[in-house]
Write a protein that binds this ligand. Structure first.
Ligand SMILES: Nc1ncnc2c1ncn2[C@@H]1O[C@H](COP(=O)(O)OP(=O)(O)OP(=O)(O)O)[C@@H](O)[C@H]1O
Ligand SMILES: [Mg+2]
Length: 363
């Protein structure tokens, strides 16, 4: 499949806020979405993802701030004038209409001629591989098929921007996986802008060009999945996208390359990148479970610990170990068939490189 070159307008949110009384569902959000981008809003329940998408779509009026599309403000425009394709969680199909009529509805209200509607509906249903079910009623479809009809209905008028609020929220894991891949391929094929909402981090990582991590009405960090994972700026992001251990301490000495952090378990050598640590700073270091090894020579850092649990999971093993100070660290170990797992209660040496830790802000 050849990707269509990205075209269309960019979306710009500046200082966007939505207050409900004293409560800030959105709190001064700044975000730009590039033409053709697949951007996902990811965050815990209540962090403002749907509110942000609803404000974009025009169903929620912002208290402050502006939304521009291709440089023109849309905040005064009614939802139907914004011409976004939308798939929302509670945005159900019409039960008494056939699949084809559901998909054709946005064209009918735009008063397109019937033959053109029929042709476009056929095309949209083919895109989501449902052309053979055009005559059915929604209740004769599976959950996944209904989601695909909703997607076809959002695509049928060729919107330049598609807004998706947990379009796969109600589906089981297997079906979600299939539909995720379909949606990604569809995005590639159409070259349109997709703004997607999820609280499933794997889905976000698998689908997105960039992810915006939301927390309490704000955007905590935006970036490509890999960059967010490798370079989280805060404890929240390090913990929300993948798992992380955290080591706290005080910087004893630091130059441009290495900071030495004194923790309750001794000195830790940390290679400087991202947030720069200076002597005297309080430091919080994030350390991914798969960056820790057991034993081995010549590691930058060694922490004596006692194994608390060791579980074999096929592709890898998950171990927890308690350090001298009482800190419990999670370790993911790629494990060879011949290799035995350490017994619970065994003393081990946890090893990791200075480049394996990331300094994050604690907030
Ligand atoms: N009409 C409203 N009046 C008062 N508070 C509201 C209203 N709509 C949303 N909120 C609050 O705003 C916050 C953000 O809600 P929102 O629906 O955007 O969260 P979300 O990130 O989409 O969560 P979820 O993952 O559960 O869907 C929540 O605390 C919610 O209770
Ligand atoms: Mg929501």
């Amino acid at each position: 499949m050849t990707a269509t070159p990205a075209a269309g307008p960019d979306i710009c949110l500046t200082g966007l806020s939505k207050h409900y009384g004293p409560f800030k569902a959105l709190d001064n959000v700044h975000l730009t979405v590039a033409p053709g981008e697949f951007l996902t809003l990811l965050g815990p329940s209540g962090s403002g993802k749907s509110t942000l998408l609803m404000a974009l779509a025009g169903f929620v009026e912002p208290t402050r701030g502006d939304i521009t599309v291709g440089g023109r403000s849309v905040v005064a425009l009614a939802p139907e004038k914004r011409d976004f394709g939308v798939v929302f969680q509670g945005y159900a199909l019409f039960p008494h209409m056939s699949v084809a009529d559901n998909v054709g509805y946005p064209l009918k209200i735009r008063r397109l001629p019937k033959p053109e509607i029929a042709a476009r509906v056929k095309e949209a249903l083919a895109l989501v591989q449902l052309d053979h079910l055009a005559k059915r009623n929604p209740k004769q479809l599976s959950g996944g098929q209904q989601q695909r009809v909703a997607l076809a209905r959002a695509l049928v008028f060729s919107p330049e921007i598609l807004l998706l609020d947990e379009p796969m929220g109600a589906l089981d894991k297997k079906l979600r996986g299939d539909l995720q891949m379909e949606l990604r391929q569809l995005h590639r094929k159409l070259g349109r802008t997709f703004v997607n909402v999820t609280h499933d981090q794997e889905e976000a990582m698998a689908m997105s060009d960039r992810i915006a991590i939301m927390r309490a009405g704000r955007i905590e960090q935006v970036g490509a999945p890999r960059d967010l994972y490798d370079m989280p700026e805060t404890r929240f992001v390090a913990d929300f996208l993948g798992k992380s251990n955290f080591l706290e301490g005080r910087v004893r000495q630091a130059d441009a390359e290495i900071a030495v952090v004194e923790t309750a378990d001794g000195m830790i050598r940390h290679a400087q990148r991202g947030l720069v640590l200076r002597a005297g700073d309080d430091a919080l270091l994030a350390l991914r479970p798969q960056k820790i090894g057991l034993g081995g020579d010549g590691a930058d850092n060694e922490l004596p610990a006692v194994v608390e649990t060791a579980i074999f999971l096929g592709t890898h093993a998950e171990i927890t170990a308690r350090t001298g100070s009482g800190l419990v660290l999670g370790i993911n170990l790629a494990i060879d068939r011949a290799e035995a797992l350490p017994d619970e209660g065994t003393g081990v040496t946890l090893t990791f490189g200075a480049a394996s830790t990331t300094a994050v802000r604690d907030d």
